[in-house]
Write a protein that binds this ligand. Structure first.
Ligand code: DGL
Length: 274
């Protein structure tokens, strides 16, 4: 029997839309509910405990909407809160770190991989460990991690491809260029918005990994293996934010395309008690 409940996706803000876009592309018959916690963004500068608390509330809100799966479309929340969420949640929880790490290991030719992310993600060491674990058969594997906190503000501001973004990227990416990495993991779901700029700075020979593509593949697999697929007769796309819906739609629409998002509603997420 078809399972027409929606898939719930959350991020600290608009970054997770890069994951939603890939989910829509790979499983178009599935309904989705997206929640961006713009009112409390960024997560990347918050403490471990706060990230867990916020992520639990995000999950509880989505659960209250009757979702059949939760996708943590945020690397910061995935590295700090995945374990907790997967322990307490009664529907499958998908995170973004392992799919991204696997894709990076598959892509590298010289065994030198760069990871760029928020301070909280880099500081947790979880991403680097995942890449080392997935790449344990690569002799002399080198991993260079770099926090790029300003990229989140640039992405939220819509400054994706201008001089400010370019200069900022040049400064942050210098250690990765020096190390000669041939693969860079965009280990923050906001960063695919800056992919053009990052690519210009890193040069044409460097592969950028957008884990959203791999994550959507994981979602598809879980739906198929657990007989959870929707029949696609009535597909809905709902959007929620903890800040101003108009602001959310302004920033999100040029990026998401297809006339989305529409009808975004505001939710007071902190009432979903942990
Ligand atoms: N999109 C979040 C991530 O993937 C980062 C943004 C933030 O710091 O809140 O890590």
């Amino acid at each position: 029997m078809a399972d027409n409940r929606p898939i719930g996706i959350f991020d600290s803000g608009i970054g997770g839309l890069t994951v939603l876009r890939e989910i829509i592309a790979q499983v178009p018959s599935e309904s989705t509910i997206y929640f961006g916690d713009d009112g409390r963004s960024p997560y990347g500068t918050k403490s471990h405990d706060t990230i867990i608390k916020y992520s639990l509330q995000d999950m509880k809100f989505l659960k209250s909407q009757g979702v059949k799966m939760i996708v943590i479309a945020c690397n910061t929340a995935s590295t700090h809160a995945y374990k907790t969420l997967s322990q307490v949640c009664d529907v499958p929880v998908v995170e973004v770190v392992v799919p991204g790490a696997q894709a990076a290991v598959k892509a590298t030719k010289n065994g030198k991989i760069g990871i760029i992310a928020t301070r909280a993600t880099i500081g947790s060491g979880v991403y680097e460990s995942a890449v080392r674990e997935c790449g344990k058969d690569i002799e002399g594997l080198e991993v260079v991690s770099q926090a790029c906190p300003l990229f989140v503000s640039l992405a939220e501001e819509g400054w994706w491809d201008d001089d400010v973004a370019y200069l900022t990227a040049q400064k942050y990416l210098e250690p990765l260029k020096k190390a000669g990495v041939d693969t860079v993991v965009l280990a923050c779901t906001h960063y695919p918005l800056l992919a053009n700029t990052i690519s210009k700075v890193m040069g044409p020979g460097v592969t950028l990994i957008n884990s959203g593509i791999a994550v959507a593949g994981v979602v598809k697999d879980i739906l198929e293996k657990n007989d959870m697929k929707a029949d696609g007769k009535e597909v809905t796309r709902a959007f929620y934010t903890s800040d101003d819906p108009k602001l959310f739609e302004q920033v999100a629409s040029p990026f998401l395309g297809r006339g989305l998002p529409q009808g975004t509603k505001r939710v007071q997420v902190d009432k979903y008690d942990t």
